[in-house]
Write a protein that binds this ligand. Structure first.
Ligand code: GDP
Length: 464
């Protein structure tokens, strides 16, 4: 049970047209009323919910007198119909840096304590206003860097994943009730479901969970981003490719070999997916101590990559360095796309053939003039996302925590289904059904540990 009242500035720090301060908790209206007075002569506690009211913001001086510092709007949201589920007052004052600080300090002096990072959202979660995956989606919405991430985060924030997991949870609860009734009162016909119906219900839960688990492939590619490494021998155009995908000159491009010595990493959008893109030092044997470390780091990155852009100079013949790279790529777990670069200059058949023996994904591009990038993004989308998913409406898992919980629920549901199909005593499915329910309760946060909750909300900013 949360009893204290918190306050924070919810808009970013800095000079702006308007700043919004939020006060939330049992004493929110009382505290805000010590700072804000409506001009219409009514007390703040008499103002109806969700109606913006014009008024004056006062601060109390050291000698106890009050001074007006701004004209502002205040809106009262009464529990439980507020974002946090608690009484909340939002004060929209003018967006001066000192002014905003002064109003916030006045709210603290009036009895509020400073909100911690993400505390308003955490309160919303603790008060049952949103599930944990919705809260995670809200954090994603604030961090979104491309349109697909926005659509996905917004749909997640509306509770799509929780609705799907709740449907499975309810079915399993129903199944358990039937099984327990049959066990406890074997002579009476209390069980609502027959064994065949129970088996079918559990099987349908497993199907739903399998389908939900599969959405993580797309959710990961869009929300978290695919760990992608660009590699190739010096001068094939790796840095030019990196810059073109990022849409800016982030890496130095020259025709001097060995320019990129360290790893460069940034987040980029390619079509519908997000790449956590790393440019690496050109793969070659070198005596230069610094470059050597760079080449080692590049090799290390290859081991962790989910996607590898192996770049070759498509206008020339393959070299022994290209062959050495191809050999190394044969052992990597990531998906390899061979990119024949510099095709604006020409396309050498030997390199084309060489790339086709290396992997089945080959794209001809020019980092210089941008040709081939549409095909490249279509290929990456095809390899890493499920085109039939509609990010605006479908439930999509967007992070590893959600995926792990759904996988645990799925495995337990599959075990329960197998036990039912094998004609084992019917109560043998109960432990597994309960385990699946426990995993789903963790997914939406009903039973998640305090440590995980704190970790999730610590990624929010103060005021959210
Ligand atoms: P890296 O060493 O593999 O990172 O290669 P860079 O990106 O530094 O490029 C090496 C040289 O190749 C530079 O002079 C680039 O301008 C040139 N280059 C890169 N991509 C292309 C391309 O698609 N076409 C042509 N004609 N030149 C390119």
């Amino acid at each position: 049970m949360i009893t204290d009242t918190v306050a924070a500035v919810s808009t970013p720090r800095g000079k702006g047209g308007v700043a919004v301060l939020r006060v939330s908790g049992n004493a929110a209206v009382e505290i805000a009323a010590r700072v804000f007075e409506p001009k219409n002569g009514r007390a703040l506690c008499e103002i109806p919910s969700r109606v913006a009211t014009y008024g004056t913001v006062f601060v109390t001086e050291a000698d106890g007198t009050r001074a007006a510092v701004d004209d502002a709007l205040a809106t009262v949201f009464r529990a439980p119909a507020s974002f946090t589920g608690e009484d909340t007052v939002e004060i929209s004052c003018h967006g001066g840096v000192l002014l905003t600080e002064t109003v916030l300090t006045a709210l603290f002096a009036a009895g509020a304590r400073p909100a911690t990072a993400g505390e308003f959202t955490k309160r919303a979660f603790l008060n049952g206003k949103m599930g944990l995956s919705s809260a995670e989606s809200l954090a994603d919405l604030l961090e979104a860097q491309n349109r697909e991430q926005l659509l996905l985060a917004h749909s997640g924030m509306r509770g799509k994943t929780e609705a799907k997991s709740a449907a499975v949870y309810e079915t399993l609860k129903h199944v358990l009730a039937s099984v327990y009734a049959a066990i406890d009162y074997p002579d009476e016909d209390l069980a609502e479901m027959s064994r065949a119906e129970i088996t079918e219900a559990v099987a349908s839960c497993a199907r739903s969970l399998r389908q939900l688990a599969e959405t993580y492939r797309t959710g990961h590619a869009v929300a978290e981003g695919i760990r992608t490494v660009i590699c190739g021998r010096p001068n094939v155009g790796k840095s030019s490719l990196y810059n073109r995908i990022l849409g800016r000159d982030a890496a130095i491009v020259t025709d001097v070999e060995g320019t990129t010595r360290d790893l460069l990493t940034d987040t980029a959008t390619l079509g519908r997916v997000t790449l956590r893109l790393t440019d690496t030092a050109g793969m070659r044997e070198t005596a230069d101590a610094v470059e050597k470390i760079g080449v080692e780091r590049a090799r290390g990155e290859l081991e962790n990559a989910e996607l590898i852009f192996a770049v070759f100079d498509g206008s020339g013949k393959p070299t022994h360095e290209d062959r050495a790279l191809a050999e190394r790529l044969g052992n990597s777990a990531g998906t390899v796309i061979a990119l024949l670069n510099k095709t604006d200059v020409g396309v050498h058949q030997k390199t084309v053939d060489f790339c086709h023996t290396l992997c089945k994904n080959v794209v001809e591009i020019s980092a210089k003039n941008g040709s081939g990038f549409d095909r490249l993004s279509a290929l990456v989308e095809q390899l890493f996302t499920d085109g039939s998913l509609d990010l605006r409406v479908d439930a999509v898992l967007t992070n590893a925590r959600q995926h792990a919980a759904v996988l645990r629920a799925l495995e337990a549901a599959e075990r329960a289904e197998a036990a039912l199909r094998r004609d084992y005593p019917i109560d043998l499915c109960c432990n597994d059904a309960e385990e699946a329910m426990a995993a789903l309760a963790e997914l939406d946060g009903r039973t998640v540990s305090e440590e995980i909750v704190s970790e999730i909300f610590s990624h929010f900013c103060v005021g959210k």
